[in-house]
Design a protein around this ligand. Sequence first.
Ligand SMILES: Cc1ncc(C[n+]2csc(CCOP(=O)(O)OP(=O)(O)O)c2C)c(N)n1
Ligand SMILES: [Mg+2]
Length: 321
Amino acid sequence: MEEGKLLEMYRTMRLIRLIEQRINDEYKYDEIKTPIHLSIGQEAVAAGVCIHLRKDDYVFGTHRGHALYIAKGGDIRKMIAELYLRKTGCALGRGGSMHLVDTDVGILGFTAIVGGNIPLGTGTALVSKLQNNDRVTVVFFGDGAADEGTFHESLNFAALKKLPVVYVCENNYYAINSHQLARQADDNIYRWAENYGMPGFRIDGNDVMMVSEYARKAIERCRNGAGPTLIECVTYRWKGHIGTVEDVGEGYRPRDEYEYWVSKCPLKWYSDFLKAKGVLTDELLQSIDEEINSLIEEAFEFAQNSPKPSPDELLEYVYAD
Ligand SMILES: Cc1ncc(C[n+]2csc(CCOP(=O)(O)OP(=O)(O)O)c2C)c(N)n1
Ligand SMILES: [Mg+2]
């Protein structure tokens, strides 16, 4: 991959990390009026996949959607305004963090119904196929979504019709506080792919180079009309399931497990890799941080100074008679 793209992936991961840390820090002031689910620790997945997507390709995300929205090129000012439920938010302040949308960059709307986005993305892939265009859809979901019927029905249908869709499972081992092995008899999400008739891979989701390589091939396969792929990216969330809570050592996430994954920080790994390659220097790293911090500052200022919806607008966009 050329140097510019390598740096772009770094910038994306760093933006996700710093903006989520800022959201985390601002949350205590109770001005952000939406539940939040942070992806700190999982940045490599969205960044590694989206580097290969065009603006007009579709992505579908979940309740844990900030990273994907950013990596696909969503407007961060509108994302932060949405967290503050302002009129300038990407969902006009009516959706909050779990319902990010930016149709200009192929984000038709994330959903918090676990597994609900998998058939939606299978649907846009069917549209691409019927319209005979080469737009690819990538659906991101958690290990918890692989428990749902929608996962199985969608994979079966996509393989049968050779749809241009990539299923990216971000396996962080937990659905809220329930470990994968308390919900599934075996630790083998990627192997479902083979049964349904598509390639399936399990990879290190903290290694952005590996994510990007597998994603590139899967996306190319879609563009060539060869059909879907499932990629299970093993990763780990550092924060608790929801909000800003720390849940390590609280009875379900052991401290040594957490510490192991923090030692595998995707940003640290990637910046060391780029430095060893001579692509990143300490000076460049610092200037990227400065540039990102000013974007974040601007986004928070925009959000905090934006108008709130007024109560008499409550029924706008409600289509029931
Ligand atoms: C159909 C459905 N069932 C239950 C929930 C409640 N719920 C919200 S997030 C979540 C866990 C999802 O876990 P996973 O898919 O692994 O995603 P992660 O939170 O780990 O990113 C659950 C059960 C829901 N939103 N939708
Ligand atoms: Mg999970």
